[in-house]
Design a protein around this ligand. Structure first.
Ligand SMILES: CC(C)(COP(=O)(O)OP(=O)(O)OC[C@H]1O[C@@H](n2cnc3c(N)ncnc32)[C@H](O)[C@@H]1OP(=O)(O)O)[C@@H](O)C(=O)NCCC(=O)NCCS
Length: 184
């Protein structure tokens, strides 16, 4: 079986490569990229995340994929599908998530890649539903969820169990999209 690769008009969602590790570590140490996470990541933590994502791809045929800009071949971040951690209140579920390096924001790349990831979920993976969640305060990420046509219900708001009480990043929103909601 060949290496995973899914193309959109401007991007490729693909398996992880050794060369992705350095630019991924740099973006995971960028305070702008990590504004809505409890902390920056060390290079070791970033590398461990690459290993986890690639293992998830090998085991399940999907993961938060490495994203490449087709016009430059540059690694720009990740977008993809991931099994929701069992300790979250809406588990089990499959989430769509994204994290792009700062120079690549504001171009529609996250939404373009995420739409392809969701269609891969509903198509080849035969998922009925995809969720996404983020800090209440992460409006940029919420706008991606809205552009994907995901729906939001305030009744699903939850406190992230891994973020300390009193931390403003603790309150989270949950969005979801069902295959049946898709236009034919
Ligand atoms: C969340 C994140 C991926 C959003 O990136 P983004 O570039 O704003 O999202 P999109 O790809 O949907 O791009 C939309 C923006 O591009 C603009 N845009 C420019 N050209 C466009 C095009 N051809 N098509 C669509 N949008 C385009 C849109 O106007 C919009 O800008 P606006 O929100 O200022 O109006 C990015 O901010 C990020 O990586 N943040 C850090 C990590 C993070 O918080 N991840 C989420 C954790 S849950």
């Amino acid at each position: 079986m060949g290496e995973f690769r899914l193309e959109t008009a401007r991007l490729a969602l693909r398996a992880w490569r050794e060369a992705d590790r350095a630019p991924f570590a740099a973006m995971n140490a960028d305070p702008a990229v990590m504004e809505f996470f409890p902390g920056l990541m060390s290079t070791a933590e970033s590398d461990a995340l690459v290993d986890r994502f690639q293992a998830e791809l090998d085991e399940s045929g999907r993961c938060p994929w490495a994203v490449e800009e087709l016009s430059t071949d540059a690694f720009i971040g990740f977008v993809g599908l991931h099994a929701v951690s069992a300790y979250l209140p809406f588990a089990p579920a499959t989430e769509v998530g994204w994290r792009l390096a700062r120079p690549y924001w504001g171009r529609g790349y996250a939404s373009e890649a995420a739409a392809a990831a969701v269609q891969f979920g509903f198509g080849p993976l035969d998922l009925d539903k995809v969720v996404s969640f983020t800090s209440v305060l992460n409006l940029r990420s919420r706008r991606v969820m809205e552009r994907l046509g995901m729906s939001y219900d305030q009744a699903d708001d939850f406190d992230h169990p891994n973020i300390a009480k009193g931390n403003p990043l603790r309150p989270h929103v949950l969005y979801s999209l069902s295959r049946d909601d898709q236009s034919p």
